[in-house]
Design a binder for this molecule. Sequence first.
Ligand SMILES: Cc1cc2nc3c(=O)[nH]c(=O)nc-3n(C[C@H](O)[C@H](O)[C@H](O)COP(=O)(O)O)c2cc1C
Length: 262
Amino acid sequence: MDLKTVDFYYFSGTGNTFLVVKKMQETFQKNGIEAKMHRIESSDPEKVNLDNTIGLGFPVAELSTYEFVWEFIKSLPPSEGTEIFMVDTLGGISGGIVGPLREIVKKKGYVPIGAKEIIMPPNIFYIQDEETNKNKIEKGLIKAEEYAIEIINGKAKWGRIPVLSDAVYYTSLLGLKITETDLNQKFMYLTADKEKCNKCGTCVELCPIDNIKIGNDKYPKNLMHCQYCLRCTSFCPKDAIPCKFNYEGKTYRAVKPKELLI
Ligand SMILES: Cc1cc2nc3c(=O)[nH]c(=O)nc-3n(C[C@H](O)[C@H](O)[C@H](O)COP(=O)(O)O)c2cc1C
């Protein structure tokens, strides 16, 4: 394998994936490989450079990943042998990504060279204490570095367990469809507390799918197509968007918003 330039397309809701992708980028660069990071939410999949190695990085959500991440991947152009690898970050359980994603990119003509799932602090339901999170991040970043070295040395692998992986993938797609329903959007409605919100618009800037707009009253408005990446609730500078489905309403962030949006 002749790895020269990596274009790393990533999405990160609360910073875990960002840190992993950044660590991998640094490792590539230390080894003389040019590596650029591109945010999925502001990249056109049809314009990827097929002469470079493509990296994909994203969080696990509902045992697979967010609908808009799948859309990006499914819209990649056909290729004649571009090498591609993936990394995801998760709280603990996945299953619906590695196999199906490998099939999608293979069918498009890419050469899958590596897949890795890296455990990082969970950002939903139960947010652990700072020390535990710090230790998990440290371990996760060691894994990220090791994985980048495996890719450089041609030792990384992208395996597939067909039946199980596909079953989890299709179950997860159903889950993602349920997420989109009005009932779910109403039940899990993330919105700013007007007592705390200072109308700064950070949430509008952070939302990867333009689901938040400023309303006539100048307060942010949830347009009810939320995919629950949790960026708005995690990075609101006034903590004005409560994450009501997290234990004690706690939020998680691995980095500052300015770092996330480089
Ligand atoms: C809506 C949602 C669904 C999630 N689903 C899963 C899951 O199925 N399995 C899992 O292990 N972690 C799950 N997580 C946890 C995240 O995958 C994990 O914390 C990830 O590292 C977050 O990455 P980020 O900070 O880059 O967004 C979920 C998080 C969210 C917000």
